[in-house]
Design a protein around this ligand. Structure first.
Ligand SMILES: Nc1ncnc2c1ncn2[C@@H]1O[C@H](COP(=O)(O)OP(=O)(O)OP(=O)(O)O)[C@@H](O)[C@H]1O
Ligand SMILES: [Mg+2]
Length: 502
């Protein structure tokens, strides 16, 4: 019998204060898509980083093609045909797309160090064509949206012709259309015998793409099931060891209260064109649209992260001047960025400082002394309420799992206690249990009179959470729907500007 591509057994891994893996186990066959599931902090990324040669294991065996191997570096893993797409993006923002993809192995012409830029761009264009991706190889990565950057990461991993392709939450930042393209690509790779590890918190998508599912809990292997036997309910039960009950809250009628936030004719280049809308206290307004529709750009303008070219922002009836994020915070606007690494968190600082960060003046005694006990008390409360998994409040945020980092950002804006909250992809990378918690929290915040703007690429989330739904396409607002009239089809029709099929 043919050997599996990869077998991992008895894998142990500890970090200071945390045992991330105990008796980790995993098997990958040629030509299969193998989903890896588990709650935030279950050890999925750690197990795969060991396979990709990023972390050394403390104990256990890794076999590739039936042969025990030592994967001492990412380079060693690549040589064995193992390629990983990380959960957090790892691109060089100042380089072009093509340069990022071929970094360290650029084609050269004539003299060895004479970089053949043309060849580089041509190869990248060919790769994109295979991926059905419309992206300029010469675009600067830092100018791209997170979703586009994600596609660049995927392209980069594919360019190695990997036998084993590990995708750590590749779809978290993508919309349905892009996910469909990615899945087409995965199916192609599968028929060529590549084994694919797919880590995702979007359990609905497993049915579409996975052949088998392995579930982990608290660093341990729980079970592996063929997809036919893995209902979503069963996966969740294995993941959390309990059943999660989700309730759709009733939407109170807000009547005709005056808007708290009014955006009038906001514009910046092609990204945001003449956008106007209102947001009332107690209301959750969802913003839907495809990647590149201008949703995050709109949020950044309101928050003052970018300068608007035209338009007005009115809060409680008064026009306000917002030129930088600190102005926005002063006027009561908080922004949970989709890009937690660059905007949401100071990843080199610890958990309690990050949670206190947007509201530091709250924690200052006279003479500017920081009241450490208050910082700590506040952090303890949010770590508890949000069930943030961390060995201590002093842990640097960069060592937390992806989902737990996201929860720290939420804790930070809850501490700032702003009246208007912009949530940009709030549940990206968050496990099912925590997701239900975050929805509950958002509903509670709205019930307490906060005004919430929620950008989300997940249509079920938009439909579930919003009182009203705004749809953007190519920088403009193309539709508005009340929650009782909204359907996935109608939203998609506005998002692609097709005539709505009613
Ligand atoms: N470099 C590190 N230093 C310290 N602790 C770490 C490090 N990497 C991971 N951990 C810890 O190991 C545990 C497992 O983390 P891991 O990132 O593997 O979880 P995950 O299953 O990928 O979670 P998520 O779904 O949130 O991405 C967590 O408790 C995490 O805080
Ligand atoms: Mg992870």
């Amino acid at each position: 019998m043919e050997h599996p591509l990869v077998v991992m057994e008895g894998i142990e891994k500890s970090f200071p204060g945390v045992q991330a893996l105990k008796q980790g186990r995993f098997e990958l066959r040629s030509g299969e898509v193998h989903a890896l599931c588990g709650e935030n902090g279950a050890g999925k990324s750690t197990l795969m980083k060991i396979l990709a040669g990023i972390y050394p294991k403390d104990a256990g065996r890794v076999m590739v093609g039936g042969e025990e191997v030592t994967l001492s570096s990412p380079g060693a893993a690549l040589k064995r045909g193992i390629s990983i797409i990380h959960q957090e993006l790892n691109l060089m923002p100042h380089l072009t797309v093509a340069q990022n993809i071929f970094i360290g192995r650029e084609p050269t012409r004539g003299l060895r160090f004479w970089l053949d830029e043309q060849e580089l761009n041509a190869r990248t264009a060919a790769l994109f064509e295979r991926m059905h991706l419309k992206l300029d190889p010469q675009a600067i990565v830092g100018d791209l949206t997170i979703a586009m950057q994600q596609m660049v990461e995927i392209a980069k991993a594919l360019s190695y012709n990997a036998r084993v392709l590990i995708m750590d939450e590749p779809t978290a930042a993508l919309t349905d259309t892009e996910i469909a393209d990615l899945f087409t690509l995965i199916r192609q790779l599968r028929t060529h015998g590549t084994g694919i590890v797919h880590i995702s918190h979007r359990l609905e998508e497993l049915k579409q793409i996975a052949d088998r599912v392995t579930v982990m809990r608290d660093g341990q292997y729980i079970d592996t099931l063929p997809i036919a036997e893995a209902s979503i309910e069963r996966i969740i039960r294995l993941m959390v060891g309990r059943t999660i009950y989700e309730e759709r809250p009733s939407r109170p009628n807000l009547g005709e209260t005056a808007p708290l936030l009014e955006v009038r004719g906001l514009s910046r280049g092609r990204a945001v064109q003449n956008v106007s809308f209102t947001l009332r206290r107690g209301e959750i307004v969802g913003i839907s649209g495809l990647i590149g529709a201008g949703r995050t750009e709109l949020a950044r303008l309101i928050f003052g992260a970018d300068r608007k070219e035209r338009g007005e922002i009115v809060i409680a009836g008064r026009t306000v001047n917002i030129n930088r994020p600190s102005d926005a915070v002063r006027h009561g606007i908080g922004y949970l960025s989709e890009d937690r690494k660059h905007f949401g968190l100071a990843t080199g600082l610890n958990v309690e400082v990050n949670i206190a960060m947007a509201a530091f003046q709250k924690f200052l005694a006279p003479l500017g002394v920081v009241r450490q006990s208050a910082v700590e008390g506040n952090a303890i409360r949010h770590v508890r309420d949000l069930a943030i998994k961390t060995p201590s409040l002093q842990q640097e945020v960069r060592f937390l799992s992806g989902g737990n980092q996201q929860k720290v950002v939420i804790g930070k804006w809850l501490t700032a206690d702003t009246e208007i909250l912009i949530f940009d992809e709030p549940t990206r990378g968050i496990d099912v249990g925590a997701k239900a918690e975050i929805y509950k929290l958002m509903n509670e915040l709205a019930a307490r009179g906060k005004a919430i703007l929620m950008i989300s690429s997940e249509l079920p989330e938009i439909l579930r959470m919003s009182h009203r739904i705004l749809v953007m396409c190519e920088g403009r607002l193309t539709g508005e729907l009340r929650s009782d009239e909204a359907t996935q089809e109608r939203i998609m029709a506005f998002a692609t500007q097709r005539e709505a099929v009613l």
